[in-house]
Design a protein around this ligand. Structure first.
Ligand SMILES: *Cc1c(COP(=O)(O)O)cnc(C)c1O
Length: 384
């Protein structure tokens, strides 16, 4: 239907890169370099340069990138890793895969990223690392996090899976901590045509370890230094990503323009994450908070507007993580927001007319459903 607005539209993006992508794929098919072919090396070099970092190692998913980065720093059984309750499950899963214990802290009520003020209280003698998440494409407040890490001798691994190209105090995410994990899941700002991921680091030793871990622990052919995995980035995906990386800045700029349009047109006092001076976000998601979220979402659906919830159930409330020992009320900001957040359609190819339709439908829904949250009422329980 003409009035439909999808949440993401991968087909619209494909139409803009089809010829280049098909050529790149044909190049891999012609060369038969399917495993760690030249496309992988090319993309690793290009992505390291893009991220303003020394090394980039292609792996098979963002989850693997997080896991192998943890392994590169020998984090494992008996260790604790601090991260935020308000994230996608994969952040916690990667910590669990290496045998370590996820230790959660709440989100900041203004930025929705990790509440930096709560990190130090969660540090114990077992703590080995912090994983801040650049949620929705907005960098976490890295400087105080790095300070805490320095004081307690902790590793910092950025979960940059939603933040390709975002900047913190002018610097790209990815090279800010000890290592960073990116995902190329198709709907991410930089998406493959399948799964893919990348570890980015300025630490040559960690880079070497991840290179071995992703490829059976191999240093040279048939010499296995450690018990590694088969977690390589596919050459076909690297070929696609090489093409798409050339468009990423332009796509991120379009996302930022759409976010500004949403900001301006929603002249309702709608509550969105604050963007601090330190942040240049890339709007992987555009998230608003509303009262009666489920009813508002239902009305949008009826008007043909797709939306999402990122995320409806926090890590500590997941059946898989009951044994962490947290309970309802452990993370009040995260728990309040998961009932209020709504992600509006957001992708580079979104048109002005589509944004107008989203705004019209949302305004109407909010009028019926008791109006928007007031800024005051929207503050999280822990808010300043
Ligand atoms: C997508 C995502 C991941 C996992 O990436 P995959 O490529 O899907 O494994 C991890 N963390 C966050 C915050 C993500 O958004």
């Amino acid at each position: 239907m003409d009035g439909q607005v999808p949440f993401v539209d991968l087909g619209a993006q494909y139409a803009t890169v089809r010829v280049q992508v098909e050529e790149a794929i044909a190049g891999v098919l012609g060369s038969s370099g399917f495993i760690l072919g030249q496309e992988v090396t090319q993309f690793e070099q290009a992505f390291a340069a893009y991220s303003e970092a020394e090394h980039a190692i292609g792996v098979d998913s963002g989850t693997s990138a997080l896991e192998l980065a943890l392994r590169a720093y020998d984090i494992g059984a008996g260790d604790e890793v601090i991260t935020v309750a308000n994230t996608f499950i994969a952040t916690a899963l990667a910590i669990s895969y290496v045998g370590a214990q996820p230790v959660l802290v709440d989100a900041d009520p203004d930025t929705y990223t990790i509440d930096v003020g709560q990190i130090e209280g969660a540090v114990t003698p077992r703590t080995k690392a912090i994983i801040p998440v650049h949620l929705y494409g907005q960098p976490a407040d890295m400087d105080p996090i790095l300070d805490i890490a320095r004081r307690h001798d902790l590793v910092v691994i950025e979960d940059a899976c939603q933040a390709h190209g975002a900047r913190y105090k002018g610097r790209r995410v990815g090279g800010l901590g000890d290592a960073a994990a990116f995902s190329f899941y198709p709907a991410k700002n930089l998406g493959a045509y399948g799964d893919g991921g990348m570890v980015v680091t300025n630490d040559a030793k960690a880079a070497e370890a991840v290179r071995m871990y992703r490829n059976y622990g191999q240093k040279e052919k048939y010499v296995h230094m450690l018990r590694g995995f088969n977690r390589r980035l596919d050459s076909l995906q690297a070929a696609v990503l090489n093409v798409k990386l050339g468009h990423l800045d332009e796509w991120n700029a379009a996302r930022r323009a759409h976010a500004r349009a949403y900001d301006q047109m929603l002249d309702l006092p709608l509550v969105t994450p604050q963007v601090p001076d330190y942040a240049e976000p890339v709007y992987h998601l555009y998230v608003v908070r509303v009262k009666n979220r489920d009813a508002v979402q239902q009305r949008l659906t009826e008007r043909g507007i797709s939306s999402g919830i990122h995320y409806p159930v926090a890590i500590h409330e997941q059946p898989a993580y009951r044994d962490l020992g947290y309970s309802a009320g452990s993370f009040p900001v995260t728990e309040q927001y998961e009932r209020q957040i709504l992600s509006l359609p957001m992708y580079a190819e979104l048109s002005e007319a589509q944004i107008d339709r989203v705004v019209a439908a949302l305004s109407e829904a909010l009028e019926v459903e008791e109006g928007p949250l007031s800024i005051e009422a929207g503050r999280g329980a822990g808010g300043a």
